[in-house]
Design a protein around this ligand. Structure first.
Ligand code: ADP
Ligand code: MG
Length: 245
């Protein structure tokens, strides 16, 4: 009888399939003064549960790459190559198809949380709306989920804070709330573009911890974009460096 075990044999082969695969991505912006070739042949691969750091100097094309993946670039932009999510090609999909995907399979966290929230609705209503939109939950279920999510990202007294408006939160708390919204539908991929850049150093460390929690709770793959290698080194499993597109 053999006593030799092969550890890798127990791992299903699907776990090594990338959840996000970007191939030869090019982004060109037609401008009155000629074409700006902002992204030049980017290749990325990301597996479930993995944290990929993308680092590069300002203007190297990090944000444009993220926006291309999310389908958030202006209509006149020329995007070529391939962006596959769980094997499905995203490039060339309609705005309607892409907006169904965003906040559901792919969630995002930006530098400025004020841009993610409308000032006229409460934080809780906006998180609950994301849950209802993609999951068809009842009003009460969605509110309960919003409270649960706010608790997970470390908002104190979430049952009370759920009724706060965005301006009543500090910058760090708004960033936590945006991460809560990103987690709302258990996405496959969370794209975080400079999520800590606008924050004090002490708050930065807390937000990175919250992103780790979000990644763990959802099992999502996390893309963490920053110009700061120190920040990236603290969270990423692998690091991709961008230089001039
Ligand atoms: P970063 O790595 O700092 O996130 P960006 O991805 O924002 O850099 O920008 C990459 C390049 O693309 C920059 O040179 C920027 O000026 C250019 N760019 C971004 N958006 C547009 C646009 N809508 N039209 C023309 N050029 C753009
Ligand atoms: Mg950027």
């Amino acid at each position: 009888m053999s006593t030799i075990t092969n550890g890798s044999a127990a791992t299903p082969t699907t776990s090594t399939e990338p959840i996000l695969r970007v191939r030869d991505l090019h982004v060109r912006f037609p401008t009155p003064r000629g074409t700006v070739h902002a992204v030049r042949g980017v290749d990325l691969e990301l597996r479930r549960g993995e944290v990929l750091g993308i680092v590069g100097e300002s203007g190297s094309g990090k944000s444009v790459t993220s926006l291309a993946v999310l389908g958030l670039l202006p209509d006149t932009t020329k995007v070529t190559g391939s962006v596959q999510l769980d094997g499905d090609e995203l490039l060339g999909r309609s705005d309607k198809q892409m907006s169904r995907l965003r906040g559901d399979k792919v969630a995002m966290v930006f530098q400025d949380p004020l841009s993610a929230f409308t000032p006229v609705y409460t934080i809780g209503d906006q998180i609950a709306e994301t849950v209802r939109l993609h999951r068809g939950a009842s009003k009460a279920e969605a509110r309960a989920r919003a409270i649960e999510l706010l608790g997970l990202v470390g908002i104190p007294e979430p049952a009370r804070r759920v009724d706060a408006f965005p301006h009543e939160f500090s910058g760090g708390m708004r960033q936590r709330a945006m991460i809560a919204m990103a987690m709302a539908n258990d996405p496959d991929v969370i794209l975080a573009d400079e999520p800590t850049t606008a924050l004090d150093v002490t708050i930065q460390a807390q937000i990175i911890e919250v992103l780790r929690t979000a990644q763990r709770e959802t099992g999502a793959a996390l893309v963490f974009v920053s110009h700061d290698l120190g920040v990236i080194a603290g969270i990423a499993d692998r690091i991709a460096v961008m230089y001039a597109g």
